[in-house]
Unconditional design. Structure first.
Length: 627
């Protein structure tokens, strides 16, 4: 089998694992086995350096090279993985302009000695014609460049056409990409470009354009002449360009590998809009590419998309190199050209891959992964100086009881030591008893039961003056006492009655059952029968109730906050999905209901088919009672 290169916009490097079991193993190693690739290029990783994990970096048998955004955290990002058994780059760089530096170095790539740089950097004249400076263009983590003896691999994630505020950055990035590719080709180096370019070449590559042309809202010429698409097509062999080519872009330098194997294939899309669930109906666009310089277009034996591989709003695109390729009329095994001289000979390994083959940009040389401590050190580590200083500064008075140590250890109830935050932390004077679920004043003896707060103290804490119970909230404010005194009972519960009220909160108390319930209630500990206003707390007329049933109240509140039922679409009678209008205008921000089925291949809402029907209901107009 040949040598395979795969590119995939994963829209978050962990996203594929949430969709595909990868043969039961959610690891990068298992994923690469499914992809059957030797070089894997991921775009839109959406991670920061602190998010890197062992399973991302220390993949057995693989090396990796990351480009992470420097300004927008968790945004963009590119990484290239290389299989150590089949290939090993001889140089690695980050960015297109050469102004970034290698790790642990302050020298930009473009200022390194010629034998240490990949080259082809945009010239000062090329950079001066741009609206943005080189550092700004390379700050978003959008490119990794690897050099092999066979060719230079550029893994790229081009900016998308989101809004007008990004047009300048997008055009500058494409100009720099084109300049770097043309300069490398002019140096005599072969170039392989792979990634998400975020541009559909022509009508056959975009379902949106095909629909717009059918509706008469756009023409193909208007589509082709957009600035970004014009730059891209002038870079490609066979790219459609209207009018004269721009100065310096007279000759194309790249070959569209995947399209060359499927020249007339329609619907060969690599990206689908998730918001409208466009993937099942294949209503998408081809914006992910594998491209090569014209001098190596005959090196490939296959190229295609893997539209059935889930895990992102994009699908992988791959290209397979032949086992042997022609170099100056001589057939050479591709593995000989994908490694340093001497590592392979006629496709057979002569030297094993070792740590000395790692380049400075390798993810395995990041300090967090290169020099890790033994896991046992985490459990035998001594306290830090800060913690030791904090522990030593704790005064003896904070730990010892507050009573003076002048004689035998005797304490009265009035000499109970106060619990300070330090004693709670150290546990010297308090003890948490699991059975009582409370703190005791001191650790209990082995033979004695734990000391727990008395019921009296618990009742007192509940009936703090000025604080009403939940039952008091539901209790009518003006209840006429059944004792015949004519006095109105206060809406606030009496002190000492909260414990009694809690005993009967599970049912209603009427005048008929007062005596029975009242006689059965025990007197709280420490209170006499005269001190407990039980009769006053439980008295009510025969027609009135002192509580509102909490179960009935709960049902009323539930009805109030219950969501409206979801409407069903008109033609399929299936639950609709709710969406929000984002288009600027008077309806921006309004929610609406539409059919939950995906759009069909035509991109239109259809009647009597398996695809999305024309059902449309404004959320504010939906009234279930009227249905």
């Amino acid at each position: 089998m040949g040598f395979r290169i795969t590119t995939w916009n994963v829209n978050g490097i962990r996203n594929p694992f949430s969709y595909e079991p990868w043969r039961g193993k959610r690891t990068f190693e298992a994923m690469f086995d499914i992809l059957e690739a030797d070089i894997v290029i991921f775009q839109e990783t959406k991670i920061q350096r602190k998010d890197l994990r062992d399973d991302m970096v220390l993949v057995p048998g693989w090396d990796c090279y990351f480009s992470l955004p420097r300004i927008k955290k968790g945004y963009s990002g590119v990484v290239i993985y290389t299989r150590n058994a089949t290939c090993a780059p001889i140089r690695a760089e980050e960015g297109l302009t050469g102004t970034l530096c290698a790790p642990n170095s302050s020298v930009p790539f473009r200022d390194l000695p010629e034998d240490q740089q990949i080259g082809g950097y945009p010239t000062i004249e090329q950079l001066s014609s741009l609206e943005l400076d080189a550092a700004t263009i390379d700050c978003e983590g959008r490119c990794v460049v690897l050099e092999f003896p066979a060719f230079v691999v550029i893994g790229v994630y081009a900016p998308a056409n989101r809004d007008e505020t990004r047009d300048s950055f997008r055009l500058c990035f494409l100009d720099v990409l084109e300049a770097r590719v043309r300069n490398l080709v002019a140096m005599g180096k072969r170039v392989f470009v792979a990634g998400d370019i975020n541009i559909a070449r022509e009508e056959i590559d975009s379902a949106h354009l095909a629909e717009a042309i059918r509706k008469g809202t756009a023409t193909e010429d208007e589509f082709i002449t957009t600035p970004a698409r014009r730059v891209f097509n002038q870079l490609l062999s066979g790219g459609k360009v209207i009018g004269e080519r721009d100065e310096g872009r007279e000759r194309p330098v790249l070959h569209d590998i995947c399209r060359s194997f499927h020249p007339n294939r329609k619907g060969m899309y690599t990206c689908w809009e998730q918001r409208i669930n466009a993937r099942p109906g294949n209503y998408g666009a081809r914006i992910d590419y594998v491209l090569c310089s014209l001098d190596m277009k005959d090196w490939f034996c296959d190229s295609n998309i893997q539209e059935g591989l889930m895990g992102s709003d994009h699908c992988p695109v791959y290209a397979v190199l032949k086992e042997s390729v022609s170099i100056n009329g001589t057939q050479t095994n591709i593995r000989d050209l994908m490694n340093s001289p001497g590592m392979f000979l006629n496709g057979e390994r002569r030297q094993e891959f070792s740590n000395k083959n790692y380049l400075p940009l390798s993810g395995r040389l990041i300090p967090e992964f290169d020099k890790r401590r033994n896991i046992k050190d985490m459990f035998s580590r001594t306290p830090t100086s800060t913690l030791q200083k904090s522990a030593s500064s704790m005064s003896t008075a904070e730990i010892a009881p507050s009573t003076p140590n002048t004689g035998p250890a005797t304490q009265t109830s009035d000499q109970t030591p106060k619990e300070t935050p330090s004693t709670l932390l150290t546990g010297s004077s308090s003890y948490y008893d699991k059975s009582a679920r409370s703190y005791t004043r001191k650790r209990p003896e082995k033979d004695g039961p734990p000391l727990v707060p008395s019921k009296k103290s618990k009742s007192a804490s509940v009936t703090t003056p000025g604080q009403s119970t939940l039952k008091g909230f539901f209790k009518p404010k003006n209840n006429t006492s059944a004792t015949g005194s004519g006095e109105q009972e206060s809406s606030e519960p009496k002190t000492g009655s909260a414990t009694d009220l809690s005993r009967v909160s599970s049912f209603k108390v009427s005048a008929k059952s007062e005596s029975t319930v009242g006689d059965s209630l025990p007197t709280p500990a420490g209170d006499s029968a005269e001190d407990t206003p039980r009769t006053e707390a439980l008295s009510a007329s025969a027609d009135d109730e002192i509580f509102i049933d909490p179960i009935v109240s709960k049902e009323d509140w539930t009805k109030l906050f219950t969501k409206k039922p979801v409407p069903r679409c008109e033609f399929h009678q299936e639950p609709c999905i709710r969406m929000t209008t984002k288009k600027p205008g008077i309806n921006c921000g309004r929610s609406f209901w539409i059919c939950s089925r995906p759009l069909g291949p035509s991109g239109n809402k259809e009647k009597g088919t398996q695809w999305r029907c024309p059902t449309f209901i404004w959320a504010s107009d939906w009234n279930p009672a009227a249905q």
